[in-house]
Design a protein. Structure first.
Length: 320
């Protein structure tokens, strides 16, 4: 008999051992407590659902990350699925039952995942999830780009931006708590406003393409109005960064929400690399899935580059 439960603190070491035994002995969640805690521990709760056999041994795990753990005041909350796996050879559909338990247990508006493998897409579809490919958008950076024009100011100084605003997507606190507080990567944040009106906060980081020796500023996430992404890509300069930027890119589940005169969609004939840790120069795609649990919401979930665990590092030095 298999029991399905939410993890308790006493399960922590066994969860890590399960990842070590059935995923990889070198997985960062096994070796790096800081990374594990940042994504999967909130208010002293281990954010995993577990399947255990009659002897109390873990035979399946499903981790989750919520948007609200980075800002409890967000108007919309999503539980992002991560680290979903079960021991080989089990007779019952452990993975499916773990997802059903999560859906029934958490008070969220959506359940979603990013970086969904092709082999599990049919499972998600049978469970009523919407599935799709992320749109990888790119834009070359002109050497003549400037961060001031007659309509917009793009700055890295939040004090220049009127802060009494309502956020359509996420918040500045969310961006800070998820991305910059732990400094797993060297992020830069830019703020777009028109005269005294705040539009958007953009957070991203520089990626180096070793084959071409060029650099990408990858937009990881944003808060505010999504139109600010197009404004940023069109007008931003990167003179304050230590590296020359040759391209801007971003991944979005809905490409129609940004200006198609600014961005070009990557294709197998013309693209930027998608993966950098490790670096893969070949053309790749990334899939998403989501299910809406709150039927009072009248729009689809917007998914962007850094959602789910996609900005979780794979390797760090001097980890504890």
């Amino acid at each position: 008999m298999i029991n399905y439960i939410h993890a308790e603190h006493r399960d922590l070491n066994e969860i890590k051992k399960f990842i070590k035994d059935y995923w990889s002995p070198d997985h960062i969640l096994v070796k790096d407590n800081e990374v594990f805690d940042h994504f999967f521990v909130y208010k002293n709760t281990i954010q995993f659902f577990l399947a255990k056999d009659s002897g109390g041994n873990i035979v399946g795990i499903l981790g989750y990350i919520t948007d609200s753990q980075f800002d409890i005041n967000l108007t919309q909350d999503t539980a992002w699925l991560s680290m979903w796996m079960s021991r080989p050879g089990l007779k019952e559909p452990v993975g499916i039952r773990l997802i059903k338990l999560l859906e029934d247990s958490l008070d969220v508006d959506y359940v979603a995942s990013l970086g969904v493998g092709a082999q599990v897409i049919p499972i998600y579809q049978r469970m009523g999830y919407d599935i799709g490919p992320m749109h990888h958008l790119m834009k070359p950076v002109s050497e003549n780009s400037i961060d001031i024009n007659k309509n917009y100011l793009i700055t890295d100084n939040l004090k220049e931006v009127q802060q009494n605003v309502t956020f359509d997507y996420k918040s500045n606190l969310f961006l800070e708590q998820k991305y910059t507080r732990k400094k797993f990567y060297n992020y830069s944040t830019f703020y777009v406003h028109e005269e005294s009106s705040f539009i958007t906060s953009i957070i991203g980081r520089v990626l180096h393409m070793p084959d071409s020796k060029k650099n990408i500023f990858r937009i990881v996430d944003f808060s505010g109005d999504i139109n600010g992404i197009s404004i940023f890509a069109k007008y931003a300069s990167f003179k304050k960064l230590s590296k020359t930027i040759h391209y801007i890119d971003v991944l979005l589940s809905e490409a129609s929400l940004v200006d198609n005169t600014v961005f070009e969609v990557c294709s197998s004939n013309k693209y930027l690399p998608l993966y950098f840790e490790p670096f893969i120069s070949d053309y790749k795609e990334k899939n998403f899935c989501f299910k809406q649990l709150n039927q009072n919401i009248n729009k689809n979930l917007l998914i962007i580059t850094g959602d789910c665990d996609q900005e979780r590092p794979n390797k760090r030095y001097n980890a504890t």
